[in-house]
Each structure stands twice: as structure tokens, then as C-alpha cells.
Ligand binder design. Structure first.
Ligand code: FRU
Length: 543
């Protein structure tokens, strides 16, 4: 008995660092219709609904071995409309089982964004026969009422499930949080368990600020405080907040991270997600004094400097022995989401990412990088020679690989580089290309999809090449400040670039008229030295 306990602890520890490859690769995303996964622009290893419209991720909760992903869904159309919660589950955040729609509109309205918790102590009383209820906390949106301009058309409600999220019952006492003040944009509740105060904490977007509420039972909520109409970038409406404690890497200190999506108002146009670092005192979010200086005068600190990572939040109820803070966003932008040229479905999610918190020379900063499970999607890997070159290092000339189903990593040594610009270029015979790179003069990274293929569907899609914030002291690699590490995930219609372990992330979608089948590291205006050049060929999660 003792021995087997010891053995399982050992096994557990062993599994902790590396997920079991079998779990990661054996399962396939359902349904596996060949027709579906071969559709033009259909992501091969990013989540997308089998058909119809999808926007924000919702209700992300880990329970009983499954990651749940609900999402804003319109089952009747490929454009936004009366919202439902679509649903999928996964054991590894990559291979998904698509499940039936979880929440349908009802008398109180359609189902907008929100969160879900595992109510382990059955504080809500929704549990039966010792079964832990999953409780969804979401916004009811009454479109008819909206037309009357009364202002109270968004309220917060509950639904629960005692069968691992397979069937849901709406709470008879809905709404649990009416909108007495008639705030027009009053939505997207994210609920977490506040361990220290033994109660639930809700953060809610309320037009140009956030609101905090507390509850002992998920049904009765007490107002705590407002946060922030003086902070950050507040050009647009605040949406989809999240709050959670996170340990500062290399220390025992805990800080609170507050995530907030904004539309419009992102640094590169349209929708974007910013964050704040501070402390939670049980009543208010207190911004870290060092962080405060970075968010003055309408300035924000952003999760991602591409244009296509929005409404992202984190999974709740992750096993403390795993301990990761796992994030996923909607890979689109309200500027053009409704027009992107996919035919049978619209919308995909970013790759799931691990968030870590670092105390850098610039202050507290998040890093976000692909979850380690993504490594098991690599079916082959190639190490390419290091090279000092001008103009082009043609990767597809070294080894043939499917560019839009790959992960490309390389390091540029700036101390041996005279080029003004360097980075990755992927392109096709038709001369269409996507570039992501670094400009030595401005010290900013850029993403350029101005020649990427189909641009005609929206005049807001590719107006100019867009830039990131400057590479600051804190974002250099710890080993050597001259090195810039690129880690780029390419799928059929997206590129996610993680610079220096996710210190800067750049996520962008594109729609080439024919597939990009070539890839090069480019160096303009001089030479560049590339080292650690690696190509990973990725499996499709559909096959
Ligand atoms: C964010 C958002 C949310 C809202 C949902 C509606 O993209 O506007 O604020 O709940 O989408 O689909």
C-alpha cells in the first residue's frame, strides 16, 4: 500500500514536467471529416468550431481531467447574432471533442461572455449526491430591451451542471446581479475563489471601469469597489476581465494580475488586451506603484502586440500540483472579424499559453508562451546550420517542410548583426507574404501583412505594418542581452510570434490566396547572424 503510494507520487512527479505523449497525441479532434479539416484556411492545430460563428472563449474550467472550453457561438450563421455558449472538452488543450451547445438563449436574453467554476464545497447548493457542480456565471443580454434605451439590458445569471458539463440547468433565481444603475455595458463576469477570505470574487466590466463583487454562495453578491477609469488605455469599452494571483518567478512573492480587453483602443487598432499588476486586499485592487507609471496618460501594457488576440482569459480550477496559469484568446479583432474570408465557419482561438510573472528592469511584466503540450504536436524536428548571411537564409531550401503547419525557432545575435531589419518571411509563388521582424533603428518588432493575400474583405484589415512597444531592458533574454529569440507558430491562417520566451507576443491572422510554401529568415541593410535554427513539423489535430 505504502509502496504503491510512493510509486504513484513518483509517477506523478515524473508526469508533472512532461505530459504523457500518448495523452497528447492519441486523441483526435472530432468530428474528423476530411472535408472539414481540408477547408481553405481551416486551422490545423488551433481550436475552431466545426461550423458557424465563434468569438470569445468562455467558462474555461478544468474539471475531472478535462479542460472545458465554452465560446460565444451563433449556431445559425457565420456572422455574430443571438449568442449561445458552444462547448468542447480536451485532455491536453489541443485535441478537442466538440460537444452540443451548452447554453441557449431564454426569456432573459441571449448568452454573452462569462466564466465557470467548480463549486467544490457546494456553496451554491447546486450539487447533488456529493457531485461537485460546475457553475457558469454569464451575462444575459436582452436585445429587445436594448432597443428601448432603458440601459438595463445586461444582467448577470447562473447555470449549473452536475454531469461534467454535459447538461446545464439555468438557475431559477436569475438574474443574480440585476443592473439597477442601468449601465449600458455591464458584462462578462469572471469569478474566482478568494482563498484568504473564503468567498467568491467577481470582476465585471462596467463601461469604462471594472467592478468587484463578493459572494458566499454565488447567488447573493455584495458590491466591493470600482477600478480604473483613470488607468490604462480607456479609449473603448472595457470587456472580458480576469483576475488571479500569480507567483513572481524566482521568488515567493504573490502579485495579482488583472486582465482587461478593450474595444476599440488597442495600440494597433480595434480590439486588444491589456493587463495591470497589483495586490488584492479583499476589497480593492491596488495597483503596484512601479507599474502605475507605465499606465499613465492613456497608455497601457499589452498582452500581445499583434491585432488578433482578444477577450482572452484563464482557466480556473487548475490542479495546484500543476500550478500553471493557462490562457487562451480569440484570434480575431472586431475591426474585421465578421468579414474574414472563411466560408463555413468564422473564428479560431490562439494557442493555449502559460502566463508567468517576472520582475524585470522595467517593472513587473507577464510573459506568455505556448503551453508545453504543444511540443508533442511536433512529428519531426530539424536543426539547421547557424549562418551569417545577407538578405535571405532560405529555410525551405535547407529542408522541405510544410510552412503553414510548423513551428520555427531561431536566435539572432545582435552583436554580430549589421542588418537594419531582420525576422521571418513566409511567402508563395504569387508574391504574397507575411513578415514578422525587428527594426534595429526603432528597437521595435513589427508585423507586416500588407501584402499577405486577400485583403479586400475589409479596409481595416491591413492598413499598415504594425509595431510593438520598444524592446526594453527587462525583455532581453537573461543569458545575453544581444540575443533575440524568435519562436513562431504557423498555421494555415495565423502566425503567433513569441520573442524572448514570450516577453513580447505578436499574433496575427492572414489569408493568402495560395498557401505560403516558402520560409526565409531575412536580413535587410546588412548581415545577420542566425543561430539555434530549428524547424518543427506539426501534426494536425484533426488527423
Ligand atoms: C467581447 C464581447 C463581450 C460580449 C461578447 C458578445 O468580444 O463584446 O463583451 O459579452 O463579446 O458576443
Amino acid at each position: 500500500m505504502r509502496f504503491s503510494l510512493f510509486l504513484s507520487i513518483l509517477l506523478f512527479i515524473a508526469c508533472e514536467n512532461k505530459p504523457q505523449p500518448t495523452a497528447a497525441v492519441e486523441k483526435k479532434t472530432e468530428p474528423m471529416s476530411e472535408e472539414k479539416y481540408n477547408e481553405k484556411y481551416r486551422p490545423q492545430y488551433h481550436f475552431s468550431p466545426t461550423e458557424k460563428w465563434m468569438n470569445d472563449p468562455n467558462g474555461m474550467v478544468y474539471f475531472d481531467g478535462e479542460y472545458h472550453l465554452f465560446y460565444q457561438y451563433h449556431p445559425e450563421s457565420t456572422v455574430w447574432g443571438p449568442m449561445h455558449w458552444g462547448h468542447a472538452v480536451s485532455k491536453n488543450m489541443l485535441h478537442w471533442e466538440h460537444l452540443p451547445v451548452a447554453l441557449y438563449p431564454d426569456d432573459l436574453g441571449t448568452i454573452f461572455s462569462g466564466s465557470a467554476v467548480a463549486d467544490v464545497e457546494n456553496t451554491s447548493g447546486f450539487g447533488e449526491d456529493d457531485k461537485t457542480p460546475l457553475v457558469a456565471i454569464f451575462t444575459h443580454h436582452d436585445a429587445e430591451k436594448e432597443k428601448t434605451d432603458a440601459g438595463d439590458h445586461q444582467v448577470q445569471s447562473l447555470a449549473y451542471s452536475t454531469d461534467k458539463g454535459r447538461t446545464w440547468t439555468k438557475y431559477a433565481g436569475n438574474p443574480v446581479l440585476p443592473n439597477a444603475e442601468k449601465i449600458r455595458d455591464y458584462r462578462d463576469p469572471k469569478v474566482i475563489w478568494d482563498e484568504a477570505r473564503n468567498q467568491w470574487l467577481m470582476v465585471l466590466a462596467a463601461k469604462d471601469r471594472l467592478r468587484f463583487y463578493a459572494s458566499k454562495n454565488l447567488k447573493d453578491w455584495t458590491y466591493l469597489s470600482d477600478f480604473g477609469n483613470e488607468y490604462g488605455d480607456r479609449a473603448g469599452v472595457w470587456e472580458c476581465p480576469d483576475i488571479f494571483p500569480l507567483r513572481v518567478e524566482g521568488s515567493d512573492a504573490i502579485k495579482y494580475v488583472l486582465i482587461l480587453s478593450l474595444n476599440p483602443g488597442a495600440p494597433n487598432g480595434g480590439s486588444g488586451t491589456q493587463y495591470f499588476i497589483g495586490d488584492w486586499n479583499g476589497k480593492e485592487f491596488i495597483i503596484d506603484p512601479a507599474f502605475e507609471k507605465d499606465i499613465q496618460n492613456g497608455k497601457g501594457v499589452w498582452m500581445d502586440y499583434g491585432r488578433d488576440n482578444y477577450a482572452g482569459v484563464t482557466w480556473s480550477n487548475i490542479d495546484p500540483r500543476d500550478g500553471r496559469r493557462l490562457f487562451l484568446g480569440w484570434m480575431s479583432n472586431w475591426d474585421y472579424a465578421r468579414e474574414v474570408p472563411t466560408e463555413t465557419w468564422r473564428g479560431a482561438m490562439t494557442i493555449p499559453r502559460t502566463l508567468t510573472l517576472h520582475k524585470t528592469a522595467a517593472g513587473y511584466r507577464l510573459q506568455n508562451r505556448p503551453v508545453r503540450e504543444v511540443e508533442y504536436l511536433a512529428k519531426a524536428s530539424h536543426s539547421l546550420p547557424k549562418k551569417t548571411f545577407a538578405n535571405s537564409y532560405l529555410l525551405t531550401g535547407e529542408v522541405p517542410f510544410k510552412v503553414v503547419q510548423s513551428r520555427i525557432q531561431f536566435t539572432i545575435d545582435r552583436s554580430k548583426t549589421t542588418a537594419q531589419e531582420f525576422g521571418l518571411r513566409i511567402f508563395n509563388k504569387a508574391g504574397e507574404e507575411y513578415r514578422v521582424g525587428y527594426d534595429a533603428k526603432t528597437k521595435r518588432f513589427f508585423s507586416d501583412r500588407t501584402e499577405s493575400g486577400d485583403l479586400g474583405f475589409s479596409d481595416k484589415f491591413a492598413t499598415e505594418k504594425h509595431n510593438t512597444e520598444m524592446l526594453t531592458a527587462g525583455q532581453e533574454t537573461s543569458e545575453n542581452a544581444d540575443l533575440i529569440k524568435f519562436d513562431i507558430l504557423l498555421d494555415r491562417a495565423s502566425a503567433e510570434t513569441f520573442i524572448n520566451d514570450g516577453s513580447i507576443a505578436v499574433t496575427d491572422i492572414f489569408f493568402p490566396n495560395e498557401e505560403y510554401d516558402r520560409a526565409e529568415i531575412f536580413a535587410l541593410g546588412g548581415e545577420a547572424k542566425a543561430t539555434e535554427v530549428k524547424i518543427f513539423e506539426m501534426r494536425s489535430v484533426w488527423q
